[in-house]
Design a protein around this ligand. Structure first.
Ligand code: GDP
Length: 322
């Protein structure tokens, strides 16, 4: 990509130029050394704009209906004259696949709306890196003036924890499979959720959905609640038939009334700053010529001689005793 002067990006964002928005996100996603200074200044500029978007994380296993749900909830938000940016954090997400393959049918109501912006997954060397880039992308979208930022992630475990740290509210979608689904979903993930949604509560799935809801309600008191002033809600919905969506929209609004947005924001920034430091330390260590050599030696010898523990201990000694 061509690096433009900082003012190109900042002016474009202030003027709500979508083209510049996309280029700004590409800039902050870039790992090129020559882009870092401008990217950092741009993020700083965005933070200073002091705009406030509602950041919603949405998670669930593939096929649970995340894209369909984002479509329904998105329509509701747009009907209320608010704008939305949708970001995907996992490369396997329907949004990313959709963007790559041009198959966006499940978000068909949103694609062409002027108040929505859909951006597929950020690149990162590791999941925490993706979360960091997604957070930075959300800061740009926030400065651009979006009212809502939806971050989609797939229900595999670690990615939920990463996403939970960069959004205000976390929605978990479950299938109406009663016990089966509960066994598959780790309790830890349910504990992250502020609203648990049994999706596909329609037609032949409705009875199962109701059983699932009762089961989850019965185990909820055993779970740790993440948020003060807010008890996890469990609701039924059909993203396809657009039922229960208005209720969820209202619950999200209630949630914001019950929490301190500034507190959430400070926690997100703390998490993000720690990620930056981790990234920096890791990349400095990995690119140090001595360490590179040690890593190469270890990878040759490791199989026969070293256990993992010894290999790591040796590496740490190399760094500290230098
Ligand atoms: P994702 O992989 O979680 O994003 O799931 P999708 O949104 O792509 O949906 C997967 C499949 O489930 C599609 O065939 C949808 O039409 C279907 N689906 C999504 N939501 C509902 C729902 O509320 N009810 C029913 N019956 N099907 C749904």
């Amino acid at each position: 990509m061509n690096l433009e002067p900082l003012s190109y990006y900042t002016n474009g964002i202030l003027q709500k130029d979508r083209n510049v928005l996309s280029k700004s996100i590409t800039l902050i996603e870039s790992n090129a050394d020559t882009h870092q200074a401008t990217a950092n200044q741009l993020i700083e500029f965005c933070i200073q704009q002091n705009k406030k978007a509602k950041k919603i994380g949405i998670s669930g296993s593939p096929g649970v209906g995340k894209s369909t749900f984002i479509n329904s909830l998105g329509k509701h938000i747009l009907d209320n004259n608010k704008s939305i940016a949708v970001l995907a954090i996992d490369p396997s997400s329907t949004i990313s696949r959709g963007s790559i393959l041009g198959d966006k049918t499940r978000m068909g109501d949103l694609i062409h709306h002027k108040n929505i912006y859909i951006r597929p997954s950020a690149n990162g060397d590791y999941l925490g890196g993706v979360a960091r880039k997604t957070y930075e992308t959300s800061l740009i979208c926030e400065a651009f003036g979006f009212d809502y930022i939806i971050v989609e992630t797939v229900g595999v475990g670690q990615s939920e924890i990463e996403v939970r740290n960069i959004v205000d509210i976390f929605l978990l979608l479950l299938l109406p499979n009663a016990g089966d689904e509960l066994q598959g979903i780790k309790r830890g993930i349910m504990e992250l959720a502020n609203i648990i949604i049994i999706n596909k509560a329609d037609n032949e799935h409705l009875t199962k959905a109701k059983i699932s809801m009762t089961q989850i309600k019965s185990i909820l008191p055993l779970m740790n609640q993440q948020q003060r002033n807010w008890e996890t809600k469990i609701v039924l919905a059909s993203a396809l038939e657009n039922t229960g969506i208005k209720n969820i929209y209202n619950l999200i609004s209630n949630y914001y009334l019950s929490v301190h947005e500034n507190e959430l924001r400070i926690n997100q920034q703390e998490y993000w700053k720690n990620k930056i430091i981790q990234d920096l330390v890791l990349s400095k260590i990995k690119s140090h010529p001595k360490i590179k050599k040690v890593l190469e030696d270890l990878s040759i010898k490791q199989q026969n001689i070293y256990t993992n523990y010894e290999a790591i201990a040796k590496l740490i000694d190399e760094i500290i005793l230098d």
